[in-house]
Design a binder for this molecule. Structure first.
Ligand code: BDR
Ligand code: CA
Length: 313
């Protein structure tokens, strides 16, 4: 099984990811760290605990982390409703969050682990950047960081920037610059995986509370995340979103992956863009390098067998 530490901003599709992580037999979920992103930190923690209840998860440490990005104020995404879970009126959990800050919890879990841990990051990377800067001693314990974020093509938060990276570009830059092995599950694949309406209806009608919640969340997901139209509440959504990053963990063979250097743009109109250098030859920028460290190559998912992930989900 993959030993996994999840970092989330739950969030409709992060909720789908938590349900998947709890249910999948090859995922050994050791803890969840929370960060402001899709919704406020307070909502993220409450939502995550509620989802764990509905998933019937065993006791598991869940800790609140960064209230805001390293530099900018938090800017919740409008697409997840007021409570971040589509305003379904789900019951509050009686689970108690871990008293430690998310960064301390992550450090403790990593150092205590006798087995390498994959960090699956489904949110702005504020907690991760702080973890790597404050506690570099955890690095040998990290198998890799599999993150939903970035894009080798266009963006969603801006024309060129994907939301998680755009929300805290300095954090993403610090994580990519750390040299820790990383796998980018970006918009190029993220936007492709959908569940059809019939399958989602079957989930809604399930005996299992976990499956019913998945069905409800899939109905809430936007029909077309690329669309600028106001979400039509009656339109069926079906995007598995961040849950796809966990599908990538357990079924990497469904993806076309290339290894490329990736850099995060920090300035101006392209702030938050991930510049994926797909050239196979040495460019003029390298020939005429004026200093500045080269970006680390990471694995970038560029295409996915979407029906295979939908089936897996
Ligand atoms: C990312 O932003 C959020 O809306 C989703 O949860 C996902 O992590 C996509 O850009
Ligand atoms: Ca997310």
């Amino acid at each position: 099984a993959h030993r996994v530490l999840l970092d989330v901003d739950t969030g409709v599709d992060d909720a789908l990811a938590v349900l998947f992580a709890v249910a999948h037999p090859d995922i050994d979920l050791i803890g969840i760290t929370c960060v402001a992103g899709n919704t406020s930190l307070e909502n993220v923690v409450a939502n995550t605990l509620t989802v764990l209840d509905i998933a019937g998860a065993p006791e598991l440490p869940v800790a609140a982390g960064s209230l805001r990005p390293l530099i900018e104020p938090p800017r919740a995404s409008h697409v997840h409703g007021t409570d971040g879970l589509g305003d379904q009126g789900l019951p509050a959990s009686t689970r108690v969050p871990d008293a430690r800050h998310a960064v301390d919890l992550a450090r403790d879990l990593l150092l205590a682990s006798d087995h390498p841990v994959t960090i699956v990051a489904l949110a702005p990377q504020t907690n991760l950047a702080l973890l790597l800067r404050l506690h570099p001693e955890v690095v040998p314990k990290i198998e890799r960081i599999l993150f939903m974020g970035g894009s080798a093509s266009g963006g969603n938060a801006t024309a060129v920037a994907e939301f998680n990276v755009w929300h805290d570009p300095e954090a993403a830059a610090a994580v990519l610059d750390s040299g820790v092995p990383a796998f980018m599950y970006g918009l190029d694949v993220f936007n492709q995986v959908t569940i059809d309406e019939e399958a989602a209806r079957a989930l809604l009608a399930s005996e299992s509370a976990s499956e019913r919640l998945a069905g409800a969340l899939l109905h809430f997901q936007m029909a077309d995340p690329e669309s600028t139209e106001a979400a039509d509440p009656a339109a069926f959504g079906g995007h598995i979103g961040d849950a796809g990053a966990l599908c990538a963990l357990v079924d990497p063979g469904a993806l076309r992956v290339e290894r490329h250097p990736v850099r995060v743009e920090l300035g101006g109109a392209s702030r938050g863009q991930t510049v994926v250098d797909r050239r196979r030859r040495v460019g003029e920028d390298t020939v005429h390098a004026t200093g500045g460290a080269a970006a680390h190559p990471i694995d970038v998912a560029l295409d996915v067998d979407a029906p295979r992930f939908a089936e897996l989900f």
